[in-house]
Ligand binder design. Structure first.
Ligand SMILES: [Zn+2]
Ligand SMILES: [Zn+2]
Length: 317
């Protein structure tokens, strides 16, 4: 049995480079795969591994007093949900262009999933999705305000759209909570007074209160792409790009030059052999379609330890 872990912690790390090297070694020893970002402001990660190795990893992280406030969101899965391991140093643990915001000093009030559920439908409350368009298009809370962002970097620009809610309680949410730490802090900085955030995000809300009123599925950044959240009153809100029938199946276009990342039902996938349109289906470099709609990068001879060498380079992001 395997698990997928999702976690973050805003906490000052004096030497991110050194921390990264040690942390990478820990992950290699435990044969974890996934994506971890280390910054002077903290740690943000999602990894998969065997249940035993995940337990050892969680114990090792929690043994460090800097991560006392870190919470792991744990999903049981059948196998690894990543193909590689990346442990990288970046300027921020979520790319936000809000470098100056320090959530461990000031952030919106944390709400437990139960508290969020009780507050979200009140007249004096507005629920704000701080994720990107491709995420909320796949699933979001009923009546949530979305901000038409391609990337979280756009958030500061979109705050103008929230001014009209200034006298209401603002409840932000995201996948696992990490974006809300900065988004809610930024709202406070911009003069919003009643700012709350769903602690642990959609994932924890699904685990703890059954995901009630979350429509569609939750986008995740691993090979599962989308996970079910709502066991109480689920509805489908996404539709096949080709035939507009309800579908929650996210695929990559079989034409490697297209970059299409879209929703397609199985029938249309079969008919177009995994392409988003006839032009892509006819492309000379079109990849063979195996029915999954995903095309793993060639990872033959992949050695996660190689990343230890190559990722010493600083990523300019
Ligand atoms: Zn279709
Ligand atoms: Zn295409």
């Amino acid at each position: 049995m395997f698990q997928t872990l999702l976690y973050y912690c805003y906490t000052p790390l004096a030497d991110p480079e050194q921390f990264r090297d040690e942390h990478h070694r820990l992950c290699l020893d435990l044969q974890l795969l996934g994506r971890i970002i280390v910054a002077a402001e903290g740690l943000n990660g999602t990894v998969s591994g065997t249940r035993e190795n995940c337990a050892a990893y969680m114990a090792a992280v929690k043994a460090d007093p800097r991560f006392a406030a870190l919470e792991f969101k744990i999903d049981d899965v059948l196998a690894h949900t990543f193909q590689k391991l990346h442990v990288r140093v970046k300027p921020e643990i979520v790319h936000s262009s809000l470098h100056h915001v320090r959530p461990h000093e000031l952030t919106g009030q944390h709400l437990t999933p139960q508290e969020f559920k009780e507050l979200k439908d009140r007249d004096d409350v507005v629920v704000v999705d701080v994720r990107s368009d491709y995420e909320y298009n796949l699933g979001r809370f009923k009546n949530a305000v979305t901000l038409d962002m391609e990337n979280f970097r756009d958030f500061p620009e979109r705050v103008e759209q929230l001014r009209k809610f200034k006298n209401k309680k603002i409840l932000t949410y995201c996948t696992g909570g990490v974006k809300c730490e900065k988004a809610s802090a930024y709202l406070l900085e911009q003069g919003f007074e009643n700012v709350y955030q769903l602690h642990g995000g959609i994932i924890k809300y699904g685990h703890e209160v059954g995901g009630e009123d979350f429509d569609g599925q939750c986008y995740v950044f691993d090979t599962r792409v989308a996970v079910d959240v709502n066991r109480i009153n689920p509805v489908i809100i996404s539709y096949c790009h080709n035939c507009q029938q309800p579908s929650a199946r996210i695929v990559d276009c079989a034409n490697p030059h297209c970059n299409g990342h879209f929703t397609q039902c199985e029938a249309c996938g079969e008919a177009l052999q995994g392409a988003c349109a006839e032009t892509c289906a006819q492309h000379p470099n079109k990849r063979p379609y195996d029915g999954t709609g995903t095309y793993p990068k060639i990872s033959n001879h992949y050695n996660p330890a190689q990343g230890l060498v190559s990722s010493r380079r600083k990523v300019a992001d």
